[in-house]
Design a protein around this ligand. Structure first.
Ligand code: ZN
Length: 429
């Protein structure tokens, strides 16, 4: 029972609501009948009892399609066609992908004609799945397995990497991702030092006894080059976010768009865009703003100018590195803002250039790209960190949380209860 296992919470409802949940279209299960089964057989994560058959896991091969799998299960062509349509219309599912995981129930008394129950479960993630059930009519449903959340505590010393340190202790690499996002504004996770230390309390998602994901980090401390950085998660009805022990927001803001005033989007982030100039399908990994020629373009956040020059099809380009995680690029500029050149530090809102039509373009616009870990992401839809500090009215409640978590972080391996009583905990240690 060393650093872990604090408390178990069952949260089956919350994940169910993540995916779109569709009621059966043609048949409905008789609730009376379901209750009877329930008493005798345990219900699995897909909502079936073990008397149906033995659950078999499969992985989609290159030559396998939805048709192949359903056909193997003895389902008629006509029904397969209906299932395909239903999948497309009600859950937006089109094709099986190679290596995608699926489950079927092998019948206890399989015959040469029927090996499987007419149920196919297609996994979309570790937790979310699409269910096809043609036992009685056609049922197509997007759903999710029930999830338990347990709280875990980890602490470690960086010897080779954060990843190694976590894995060697039986923690998920996902914790490292969460930590690097959390401290992205304080620490460059590409340049950790040997001897850096960390400790954290985080949520782990469990489904049917298996770890299926990492949730939120609730409290963490990272000592980087002998400087401690702390982060405490806090939420109430009004606010949520990560704060230092004094209640200052630790995640700086990035503006949603690089303009002082709202500008019209002329082309959105789209991996399948048909390029108007090249007349072929080329991913558009940024957002185009149809702003008038000469409109000032501003830095979406503090950072360092890492590029400011004319670069071929991009025209005049400026790139800003905001921290170890976020970078932004501004293309086709008419010209650069005052003092903007490589190596210069800029502040959020500072003018870095002007909208233009340089490079390969059909007209005046700004092409703006936000990169997260060097991958372009849709700046319009991505969730960005916010800078707000904690409201004064929330401070008392927040400091109580800080006190609780600071205590726990200092007690590796402590057993934590949900409604923790600080006096009580002291006696356990
Ligand atoms: Zn563009």
């Amino acid at each position: 029972m060393s650093h872990y296992f604090l408390v178990l919470l069952i949260v089956s409802a919350s994940f169910g609501s993540l995916g779109c949940y569709f009621q059966p279209k043609i048949t409905e299960l008789d609730s009376q009948e379901l209750n009877e089964i329930n008493e005798e057989f345990p219900i699995d994560g897909f909502g079936y009892s073990s008397d149906i058959g033995i659950l078999e896991r499969g992985q989609v091969q290159a030559n396998e399609s939805l048709y192949v799998l359903l056909n193997e299960m003895g389902i008629s062509q006509q029904v397969i066609r209906q299932v395909s349509n239903e999948l497309k219309q009600s859950v937006g599912f089109r094709f099986l992908k190679e290596n995608q995981i699926y489950y079927r129930y092998r019948l206890h008394n399989s015959t040469p004609e029927a090996h499987y129950a007419p149920i196919l479960i297609i996994m979309e993630s570790n937790i979310r799945f699409v269910k096809v059930d043609v036992t009685d009519g056609i049922l197509v449903q997007a759903s999710a397995k029930p999830i338990e959340i347990r709280f875990r505590q980890v602490e470690g010393l960086i010897e080779s990497s954060l990843y190694e340190s976590l894995i060697s202790q039986g923690h998920s690499a996902g914790v490292g991702m969460e930590l690097s996002e959390l401290f992205a504004w304080q620490i460059d996770f590409f340049r950790l030092y040997r001897g850096d230390k960390y400790r954290a309390i985080y949520e782990e998602f469990i489904s049917e006894g298996e770890v299926v994901g990492v949730g939120r980090v609730l409290a963490a401390e990272f000592v980087h080059q002998n400087r401690p950085y702390q982060a405490f998660y806090y939420e109430d009805g009004q606010q949520q976010g990560y704060y230092d022990a004094e209640g200052n927001g630790i995640q700086k803001a990035l503006l949603k768009a690089p303009f002082k005033y709202n500008q019209r989007i002329s082309s959105s982030f789209n991996y399948n865009r048909f390029h108007p100039v090249l007349k072929q399908r080329i991913p558009h990994t940024g957002t185009d703003y149809a702003a008038p020629l000469g409109t000032p373009v501003i830095a979406v956040g503090d950072g360092e100018i890492i590029e400011s020059r004319y670069r071929g099809v991009n025209g005049n380009i400026v790139q800003i590195q905001h921290n170890g995680m976020y970078k932004t690029a501004y293309l086709h500029l008419n010209g650069f803002g005052p003092g903007i050149k490589k190596g210069v530090q800029v502040k959020q809102g500072q003018v870095i250039g002007y909208v233009g039509r340089t490079g390969r373009v059909t007209g005046v616009h700004l092409h703006y790209t936000l990169y997260k870990n060097n991958d372009p992401v849709n700046s319009v839809t991505v969730e960005l960190p916010s800078q707000e500090s904690l409201a004064v009215s929330a401070r008392d409640a927040f400091f109580l949380e800080v006190q609780k978590y600071s205590y726990l972080l200092g007690q590796g391996g402590l057993v934590l209860a949900t409604n923790i009583d600080l006096n009580d905990v002291g006696k356990n240690s």
